[in-house]
Write a protein that binds this ligand. Structure first.
Ligand code: ADP
Length: 165
């Protein structure tokens, strides 16, 4: 496994400034980060399809991070995906306490499946403590202002998708 190579998995439907904040922090610790959009059986239909989310992420990260950040979508177990691409670390972000229970369960299950893959948690800046893709989508679709909560590129895609542009 390549040290310094971490996977940042999630739904990213769509990428928010909270995700971006975690990514920036991750890059102070790791040389390379792969953003991995999961095909999630429990959330099959998103606002954007996983390939669309990957394209949006690529648009957002290209200029700022160059080839230190790549994006991809994956099916199946995250730990299998980590092994396939040779990444030894999973990055997850923590917001308020609400994230903890779920993240704790996922980490323990992933550790059971792959004891050699470590999960690392980072905390976003406090201005992003309440930013989530779910809320951003809801606000955008109800006509609210999402400026500053998502990268400008994402805002454009979002407004177009919910029929506000
Ligand atoms: P999932 O559907 O797996 O929760 P998300 O796309 O919602 O995926 O998020 C991916 C990761 O980024 C998760 O670890 C989540 O906790 C983290 N994250 C998302 N938004 C924020 C934020 N505003 N601050 C900190 N972490 C965040």
């Amino acid at each position: 496994m390549k040290s310094g190579f971490a996977v940042y998995p999630g739904s990213f439907d769509p990428m928010t400034n909270g995700h971006l904040d975690i990514l920036r922090r991750a890059l102070t610790v790791f040389d390379e980060v792969r953003i991995a959009v999961a095909y999630n059986q429990e959330k099959p239909s998103g606002l954007f399809t996983p390939p669309e989310r990957v394209t949006i992420i690529q648009e957002v990260v290209a200029a700022e991070f160059g080839d230190r950040v790549t994006a991809d979508a994956f099916h199946g177990l995250l730990t299998d995906y980590c092994r396939r691409i040779g990444a030894g670390t999973i990055i997850r972000g923590l917001r308020a306490v609400a994230d903890f229970e779920y993240e704790f369960q996922m980490t323990m299950m992933n550790r059971h499946l792959a004891p050699d893959v470590e999960t690392v948690f980072l905390m976003a800046g406090e201005q992003y403590f309440y930013t989530s893709s779910r809320l951003v989508k809801e606000v955008a679709s109800l006509g609210g202002d999402v400026h500053g909560l998502v990268p400008d590129t994402v805002e454009l895609h979002l407004l177009r998708r919910v029929g506000r542009e």
